[in-house]
Ligand binder design. Structure first.
Ligand SMILES: *[C@@H]1O[C@H](CO)[C@@H](O)[C@H](O)[C@H]1NC(C)=O
Ligand SMILES: *[C@@H]1O[C@H](CO)[C@@H](O)[C@H](O)[C@H]1NC(C)=O
Ligand SMILES: *[C@@H]1O[C@H](CO)[C@@H](O)[C@H](O)[C@H]1NC(C)=O
Ligand SMILES: *[C@@H]1O[C@H](CO)[C@@H](O)[C@H](O)[C@H]1NC(C)=O
Length: 168
């Protein structure tokens, strides 16, 4: 199979995602990028109950809402890129709280900045406690559909330009 055939096949394969990505009215392709950070801390003074394992239980919803309501102002005031936060799980010991914090853009604030804000919050929140030595922050790069399309698009464009230039 010649380079001409390959180019034609690639053109067809790539045309769809390229047109998706270039169409400004396509929500999937124009959605602003967001990233998530995984935040975990322990509440020494809270008591773990098995209801906290079930995210549809009243106990889970109530504790999750208490935590996000208390922490949200600290994130809003300290990070302009802050978008939202949610509790993903509670674990036994006393209670280990797992959260995901979403930011706009392609990178999250530095993990020490995020933990500093939590350290600061720990002296101010009253409905639960934050054991400062237990705070961990991990950065997760979001892999949304739009990200995959643009990666695929750039891959296609690179391959096409390479094929076209190799024909000369
Ligand atoms: C762009 O996308 C919209 C909705 O998906 C579609 O109706 C429209 O025909 C597309 N335009 C082009 C130029 O592909
Ligand atoms: C939590 O862990 C403690 C210590 O291992 C255990 O005694 C307790 O039963 C656990 N609680 C629940 C609800 O699983
Ligand atoms: C973050 O925001 C909180 C709440 O508005 C504020 O008290 C605190 O000083 C800010 N700065 C840091 C570094 O936490
Ligand atoms: C917490 O916030 C206060 C008020 O803005 C600030 O003075 C202090 O340095 C902060 N502490 C930490 C540990 O970030």
């Amino acid at each position: 199979m010649g380079t001409g055939h390959l180019t034609a096949i690639l053109l067809i394969l790539c045309a769809f995602p390229v047109s998706l990505a270039n169409n400004a009215s396509n929500v999937m392709a124009t959605e602003a990028p967001t990233v998530e950070s995984s935040v975990t801390f322990r509440s020494r003074r809270s008591t773990f109950t098995s209801a906290l394992l079930d995210s549809s239980s009243e106990a889970f919803k109530s504790r999750a809402s208490t935590i996000t309501t208390a922490l949200e102002p600290f994130f809003k005031d300290n990070f302009t890129s802050y978008l939202s936060m949610r509790v993903t799980s509670f674990r036994n010991g006393s209670v280990i709280n797992d959260l995901k914090v979403r930011f706009s853009g392609t990178s999250v604030p530095h993990h020490t900045k995020i933990s500093n804000v939590l350290v600061n919050a720990s002296s101010k929140v009253t409905d639960f406690d934050i054991e400062t030595s237990s705070i961990t922050v991990d950065n997760i790069v979001s892999s949304g559909v739009n990200h995959k399309i643009s990666l695929f698009t750039s891959f296609c464009l690179a391959l096409l330009s390479w094929l076209l230039s190799s024909k000369q």
